[in-house]
Design a protein around this ligand. Sequence first.
Ligand SMILES: [Zn+2]
Length: 325
Amino acid sequence: MSGDDVVYAGVDLGGTNIECALARADGRILCSGKALTRSHEGPAAVLKRITDLFRGLADEVGTKPIALGIGIPGLVDLERGSTRFLPNFPTHWRGVPVAETLAPEVGCPVYLLNDVRMATLGELIFGHGRSSRTMAFFALGTGIGGGLVIEGKLRLGPLGAAGEIGHQTILPDGPRCGCGNYGCLEALASGPALAAEGVRLLLSGQAPELHRLVRGDASAVTPSEMAAAAEANDLAVRVAITRAARFLGIAAANVVTILHPDLIVFGGGVAAIGPLLFETIRQTVRERVGMFPVDDIRIEPSLLGNRAGIMGGVALAMKGGFTGI
Ligand SMILES: [Zn+2]
């Protein structure tokens, strides 16, 4: 097989879906598919579904991938390729030998990495990070995940858990975070945190456009509906988004002060709010970093969008696991 024919596989194991893609080394996706995770059925059933998905796609392409990288929503034993703790999965998957179980089934080496570190790797190899040496990645979704690349190398730390920049304290007496701390960025600017403020504005009569957009249904309030309402001149909603963006800007400014990266990327659903969010983040970084000029630091929405994770899996497979990144 010549170098151009080589195919790699990436899997993103999420709470709802398992996504899989087969791609070339240049990042071109040959085919992709997904299956329901159904984590309540336990690890064996979930791993079987990953195998079936992988085999189906390999048959479709007609080439066997030479390695598989899997993003895991939790703590991973990088050397053993097993899970340590998946907070949102039943039984928490303590010590499940994922790589050892899957490798003979899929017929190639299998490598694991935390899902947000994997999305960071995807953005580094195939996204905005291609021209970056030192970058930070914020994944703005139900939580706020993160990842750091320092001098071209993904910072993993002894537990593969370094780079949790969504759990830096922004407000010392702020709301309680899922991690147990108070006032984390995640508790202030994640999708649910922003939507909760949207619901409050809706129910207190301060967001007429949002009310119209969701037809008065508080359960339909999302960050993207709020962005549309702000666009339609709901001033209070605009203020709520700007406030969340300012918290994100403070977090980014802290990262800039510590690392002086050349790039900060924001991915995940909340980043889709767009210019209103990014203008405030960039302005806050300019205001909050006084020790050196920040004009050359790019602050961008993810180039890969929701493919960042899966492309990180492909990159992990290409690199031959965590020792290569
Ligand atoms: Zn936290």
